[in-house]
Design a protein around this ligand. Sequence first.
Ligand SMILES: Cc1ncc(COP(=O)(O)O)c(C=O)c1O
Length: 411
Amino acid sequence: MTDKKIPRVALPADVRLDTLAVREGLPPSVWGENSEALFLTSSFRQPDAATAAARFANEEEGYIYSRFTNPTVTMFERRLAALEGMQSCIATSSGMSAILLMAFGLLKSGDHVICSRSVFGTTIVLFGREFAKFGVETTFVSQTDVDEWRRAVRPNTRLLFAESPTNPLTEVCDIRALAAIAKQAGAWLAVDNCFCSPALQRPAEFGADLIIHSGTKYLDGQGRVIAGAICASEALVNEKFVPVMRSAGMSLSPFNAWVVLKGLETLSIRMEAQSARALKLAHWLEAQPQVERVYYPGLKSHPQHELAMAQQTSCGGAVLSFIVKGQAGGGAAQARKNAFHVIDSTQVCSITANLGDTKTTITHPASTSHGRLTEEQRLAAGITQGMIRVAVGLDDVEDLKADLQRGLDTL
Ligand SMILES: Cc1ncc(COP(=O)(O)O)c(C=O)c1O
């Protein structure tokens, strides 16, 4: 690149995160708009043929074609990178395509990956089935047993992949310990930060090299669009990911970028309010006789409570799961029937697999998000038929208690 760069927003160098969340991006256009513009255009006019040539040759920064350059997308990327405390970011069409782009950019046939076996079900399928077709082998290990990660390292290990807390068990991994293992192995550590968002957790502060986002969740925050992103160093983004994006085109549309960009402006207050409601609901669920167990990092009973409080700015997040008591001897079929009964008795919660919405969502992970796993993979991930996941939104928590009480009382 030459010194012809896309300009930056003029802000004091020491502004804090809440200010960056509403102001980082690009300077306004010639019209001086205060709310960021949506550049809904496939391509950009070039002032002359020589400039077009310089831009296509990467000798000058400038907007060319929205598969790989669009100002609204840049604004989202810069803002998210700033919130994560990373140098750079590249936006993608979905959270899954962020993982796909990461793999295309970093891995080749013969490489080895270590991945937590508790990550989002589709991520397990992507690593275990799809990447395997291209000669990338993945070893799945315990989310919380650091020694198992260490033992899984091979000379060809290139990537460690974790998610914290996990979906739906809310298991928390020790990011700092995994970063140390990755560093020693000469590998990268990628952390899917979807559940916490940078408002609650900034994995780069603990040594993660790459942060994966499903922008579909808290970054949008209102369940409107599918989006994704990778945050990383400028070198990784420019050298490994931008060329793949340009050829493979898993790009974020400008409209979806605009939605998540504006979502970032309210991220921290939403996360705070939704987490406070989740904590109240988790305490209440723990006291219900029909509930066998509650999984929520903000509860003292959570096995990694201390670690979660240290990594997640003293906050449990807004997702919790619980197991409805089965009937003695009823087995998995009865547990599933009970879970379905509680879900079907709700009148406020939305029965949908998405999370991160202002509307509280409820789902049965074993038959939805993790339905494509084998029973063996599901049980290895700790997902049983009696489990229900609630992603707490901005509904009144008393209404949520009443909603769940209806089903629990009639089991
Ligand atoms: C933790 C986690 N990572 C990634 C994804 C995939 O994101 P997307 O649906 O935007 O592709 C999800 C989706 O539920 C998720 O929960």
